[in-house]
Design a protein around this ligand. Sequence first.
Ligand code: NA7
Length: 548
Amino acid sequence: MTETVARPYYQVIVIGAGLTGLNTVYKARELGLTVRCFEAGSGVGGTWFWNRYPGARLDSESYTYVFDFDEGILADWTWTERFAQQPEVEAYLNFAADRLDLKKDIQFNSRVRSATWREDENLWDVELEDGSVARCQFLVTSVGFLSAPNWPRTTGLDDFRGEHYHTGLWPNHQVDLAGKRVAVIGTGASGVQIIQTIAPEVASMTVYQRTPNWCSPVGDLTLSAEEMAAIKRDYPQLLEFLRNTVSGFLHTTDPRSALEVDDEERTAKFEELWAKPGMAKWMANFSDIAMNEQANAYWCAFVEAKIRARVKDQSIADVLIPTDHGFGQKRPPLEINYYEVYNQENVDLVDLRVNPIERFTESGILTADGQEREFDVIVFATGFDAYTGALTRIDFRGRDGVTLKDYWADGPRTNWGIQVYGFPNLFIEVGPHNKGGFCNVPRCSEQNVDFVTRTLAKLAESEAVLMETSLEGEEAWIAHVNEGAARTLLPKADSFLMGSNVEGKARAFVGYIGALPDVTRRAEELADAGYPGFLILGSDGNPVRLAT
Ligand code: NA7
């Protein structure tokens, strides 16, 4: 006889307790919904829980990386650095979770294995890795867009007798790299941060680079008590300003074209940008840097000269300077002393484009030139199966048992980046095709969270049992996403935004380039118009018009 175990029911199940999941739990609860959050880690923080590698720090100004809805939290949290390091961000998210008493609604160490749509009951069954199942009407994913680690498919790692770590799964204990022979594979934002941080302590380091990136100085890290006090006083204005920027960053674009000014004026502007902190180099640049190849080329030439001035051996600089993409066609890392690391005697750079890795061996890494280098530790800074990976690694089964992985085999399909045809009552936050990622995440993810949680509250209030995008709605949104991308230089490069960083992944644009205030306005218009492009049904199977 099979014992029937009662399955707990919640109106809303949230997957993931990073900053988006925390916000969702809070807002859903405030709107009167019963909510449970399942989190794979043993603590809150998501990205800031898992990416605890040496040197991990924010690329956004710390004081813009906040929850905006609680005056007490804004008043009582004091950032100590302009671009905070991982421990401080993780501490902030714990502070906020404790102040809002969110942890009681979060079940930790609970990775979701599968989620199955029950057509006859209009419910999702959500199964954890331990086999337990909970049920919900609305399933909200807050799994992050850079959270499913990407590992090279190269063979032999099991043979390697040393230690190995992925930056996105860094252990929660001290990893001693001092005096060790270390390999770092990957030179994206994570690779750049860990390379520059561990360089002074390791015995030797070999960096395996597939593609160089355009890195620029993070700038002044200090944040004085006086400046923080002034920021706290002006928080309402600052947050309102950020809501009206393209991507939630402090920096606003120069409306001029890089082509309309003469060389002298352009160089003066570039020098001014170079001295500014953080993403100003990208976000406050001329308006056509991201759209026009000539404008982008001017800036790249300027950055190249800056890099060459810092690297002693110009043959190494040749390898460190990108030739296959312009600045901003991939996420440009911020750095402190990255380029100077390559002036150290004990640091080597291997260009994987000309000398790829053959395999891992017992003692290290063998490259195509026949050279086997020996290491104590291999660090994989090889990034993520971005945007879609954290979703397709969960076995979502929608109507007729269709899996999300199969439905997205040729690239993600969504409406508003929020819903997927055939997967009713599934709501995606900070995933493909929505404004949550590739920006100052808290500022953009809150648009997702507010839209989703308010919609859920309306569905519950109207006693609707089901919401699902129509196929036409989905197709229209995909066309809108791709039209936007085509106006930029992004689709012309290989990057995680195109899926091309992961071997075997379909090439498709996974981001969304709409401006934050436009998305917020359009989302309000969508709700006011009764969600055209979506099907909303009551328990009698008839369409329901949600209250505005
Ligand atoms: P990224 O930016 O995706 O960088 C990953 C790096 O790893 C990048 O240099 C990749 O080269 C390299 N990579 C990926 N797969 C391989 C294989 N198989 N072999 C060798 N090298 C490889 O991830 P990060 O973690 O650095 O940064 C992610 C985000 O975190 C970033 O945008 C910030 O928001 C913070 P490629 O360029 O694909 O040739």
